[in-house]
Design a protein around this ligand. Structure first.
Ligand SMILES: Nc1ncnc2c1ncn2[C@@H]1O[C@H](COP(=O)(O)OP(=O)(O)OP(=O)(O)O)[C@@H](O)[C@H]1O
Length: 479
């Protein structure tokens, strides 16, 4: 019990510190739009909205940096049309969309052969005449960004040298990622220009922007549209609000986005995208997008059915480490991910494993998002065989190819209760990929045994005990 409450306290401090380190993502030319929030220096303090948003924004950025392909999803797309009597169009090829030739060339140059599931329905709606408003929700990696970029590029008149498309992103880094997609897809459209409305990007007073697409964070975009008048909002034809769920994590951003939306002409096409769809996102979406069509694609469910789960009883951190060594000694582990509760334990464990001769990657809270992405990429390429991480860092990482997951510490929420969602996400597999996996939980106190029992109850799945001193027994679990 004592160890766990100590760990909790440390973890809280680390989580807070980690959020702070996220705030210092990029200190180079342009600083991220932190909305002027006061950064708390007291590591024990409750997270501010701003820090919470930075967590989500960092997670979203990490996902974008490490993803190079579409995420597979076997669920049906749900489409709710504004006018239920109009025919429902879906396309199976990009040709059917009658895109401008330069755009089709851009799409193919990106290696896209056919529209993704969400694009099949979203693109015909967005490119219809007159263009339709849309609220779309689907998990990260399903092709939302590519879809709205295509919609923006289709509507733009390159000969008109003023902003016609406006896209809001929660942070500078996320805006930059979307900007890259615009540049790639618009590669054969050299006259098309892009401006970033982010804090730190200073323009002369009285200046007007000639770029046709503006992408930025809500605070700066609002200033550019109203106070500074760099943009004439009345000339905007397409308004995109990306990452709505990350956006609304900050009250300020929500209000700013709504104020921007109110300045746009009535016939401006409004598009909103989100990876998740809790009530708060839906309420916000309805305020920003009048008369919407709605497209939803449910996340692929994760399951514990194809996972063999075990627990090992230990009495200390050293014993946990010994148990881990025994596992490694008895079975061949191609690649493993090991989750620790605190950064301190993670660094200690990574060092101990290295001493034993393992090639270890450590994901640590003080790393910048770009560095984390690089570590994950190396691990994916198999350059390291073990990835040691805390949960804050690894949230949202795809572990599909990893067959062994070790919970060196069980996942608990900030109140010390079992964090079932995280447990499932760490070790669960989607039915589709269905690869069998092995999960080993280290239990070192009555308290953690209690957590384990509650996890078993929650999932109604038995977690078997494993004696790691018995090599025969370990060998059996590998078969
Ligand atoms: N039709 C397509 N065919 C092949 N690849 C695609 C297609 N559409 C998008 N992709 C690629 O799939 C990946 C995910 O797409 P995209 O970034 O648009 O998804 P997203 O839903 O916006 O996810 P995120 O919010 O994480 O950016 C990207 O690498 C993108 O280049």
């Amino acid at each position: 019990m004592a160890t766990d409450s100590w760990a909790l306290a440390v973890d809280e401090q680390e989580a807070a510190a980690e959020s702070l380190s996220n705030l210092h993502l990029k200190e180079e030319k342009i600083k991220p739009d932190t909305n002027g929030a006061v950064v708390k220096t007291n590591a024990n303090a409750e997270k501010t909205d701003e820090e919470e948003k930075e967590d989500r924004a960092a997670q979203s950025l990490l996902n974008k940096l490490i993803r190079s392909n579409l995420v597979d999803n076997t669920n049906q797309v749900e489409v709710l049309q504004r006018d239920p009597n109009s025919p429902l169009y879906s396309v199976k090829s990009f040709e059917e969309l009658r895109l401008k030739p330069q755009l089709l060339q851009g799409v193919y140059a990106m290696g896209f052969n056919r529209p993704s599931k969400i694009q099949e329905n979203a693109l015909p709606l967005m490119l219809a005449e007159p263009p339709q408003n849309l609220i779309a929700q689907s998990q990260s990696g399903t092709g939302k960004t590519a879809a709205f970029v295509l919609a923006m590029l289709s509507q733009v008149e390159p000969a008109n040298k003023y902003p016609q498309c406006l896209c809001l992103s929660p942070t500078y880094e996320l805006a930059l990622q979307t900007g890259k997609v615009i540049e790639q897809m618009g590669k054969f459209y050299p006259e098309l220009k892009l401006a970033y409305a982010v804090r730190g990007n200073k323009l002369e007073r009285g200046q007007k922007i000639s770029e046709q697409i503006v992408i930025g964070t809500p605070g700066t975009v609002l200033d550019w549209c109203s106070k500074l008048k760099f943009i004439d909002p009345k000339k905007i034809k397409v308004f995109v609000l990306d990452e709505a769920d990350v956006m609304i994590a900050t009250q300020g951003h929500q209000d700013q986005s709504i104020r921007i939306q109110r300045m746009l002409p009535r016939n401006c096409q409004m598009l909103l995208f989100s990876a998740t769809f809790e009530d708060s996102v839906w309420k916000f979406a309805q305020k920003v997008v009048p008369d919407p069509n709605v497209i939803k694609l449910k996340r692929e469910e994760e399951t514990l059915d194809t996972i063999k789960q075990y627990y090992v009883l230990c009495s200390s951190r050293d014993e946990k480490f010994q148990a881990l060594c025994n596992l490694y000694g008895a079975i061949t582990i191609a690649q493993a991910m090991i989750f620790c509760h605190t950064r301190k334990t993670a660094s200690w464990l990574a060092a101990e494993l290295s001493k034993e001769g393992h090639q270890v990657a450590l994901l640590s809270g003080e790393m910048m998002v770009e560095q984390r992405a690089a570590v994950i990429e190396r691990f994916r390429e198999g350059k390291e065989k073990v990835l040691v991480t805390t949960n804050v860092c690894a949230r949202g990482i795809d572990v599909e190819q990893v067959s062994v997951v070790i919970n060196f510490d069980l996942p608990v929420d900030k109140d010390g209760n079992p964090d079932n969602e995280t447990y499932l996400h760490r070790i669960g597999r989607t039915g589709r990929f269905g690869k069998r996996g092995l999960a080993v939980n280290m239990v070192d106190s009555k308290h953690s045994m209690n957590i384990l029992n509650r996890i078993q109850e929650h999932f109604n799945k038995k977690i078997e005990r494993l004696d790691t001193d018995d090599l025969d027994e370990i060998e059996k679990i590998a078969n």
